[in-house]
Design a protein around this ligand. Sequence first.
Ligand code: C2E
Ligand code: MG
Ligand code: MG
Ligand code: MG
Length: 280
Amino acid sequence: RAKERGRNRWELHRPAASDPAVDRLRALGELRRGIGEGALRVHYQPRIDLHTGRASGVEALVRWQHPTRGLLPPSEFIAMAEESGLVRPLGAWVLDETLKLAESLRRDDRHGAGLEFAVNLSARQLNDPGLVDMVESALERRNLDPALLLLEITETALMSDPGAAVESLAALKNLGVGLAVDDFGTGYSSLTYLKKFPINELKIDRSFIMGLGLDSGDAAIVGSCIDLAHAVGIRAVAEGVETSGQAQTLQDMGCDLAQGYLFARPLPEPRLREWLASHT
Ligand code: C2E
Ligand code: MG
Ligand code: MG
Ligand code: MG
């Protein structure tokens, strides 16, 4: 088509400001500066123990306070951070910030004792040879029990290089930290690998939780994920629980933990402390 044929030439005359490559470079520079200048934020979403109804921990979720665009969700910058390698300093910062909160809650807050802290890792971080040292020194810096840290890795990241993932996970496991498979059901993991990974938890993807009560197929998938987790001796966690009907069904199915807007949205630290004070 004419448009296709003309594209390259037109590209040359486009103003640099709207060139996607230039936009990307600019965004990357902004993110690099943002990380250096303290523009990242961590919000924490409570995780509820469905057996007791109490908060058992929180998941750390990063945001970027952009100078002009406001508070940006990870979907706006994590992929770029992954591709550029910036996810390394970003991930190290999120972990340290979260463990700082863990330390402070453990020391001076009667509502925070024993809580678990879940932090997301990207595929790029999983393949980083410095990852284990980074995690170990972060734990030592805050003098924290490694068992209170849970690292979440998406099923897709695990399956992108399962052999390498098994090794990284084993090394992390050796530190004593817990491991979770995030967004479970969206990738293509075989049961063989699931058995090889030294994991503690399956987090069932929100897309299946959404169908509970609406779609019998989704209910069957969620039920089998829970049974599968229990069959291999690990916990089942539901993400994205929005209705009390979903929570009831999950409880009836024996799901161990749940997260979602029904219980709490991801909260900035001061609001998390308030939430914990009234829910523990
Ligand atoms: P995730 O780890 O699967 O996190 C769950 C996402 O679902 C979060 O989105 C959370 O805010 C959202 N969510 C929780 N409950 C509900 C609910 O009831 N309904 C709906 N509609 N959504 C709910 P968020 O914060 O935008 O994060 C998106 C993804 O970005 C995360 O998915 C995770 O994969 C990634 N991410 C977040 N923080 C980090 C980080 O520090 N490092 C890395 N590498 N990735 C991160
Ligand atoms: Mg997660
Ligand atoms: Mg998830
Ligand atoms: Mg998810």
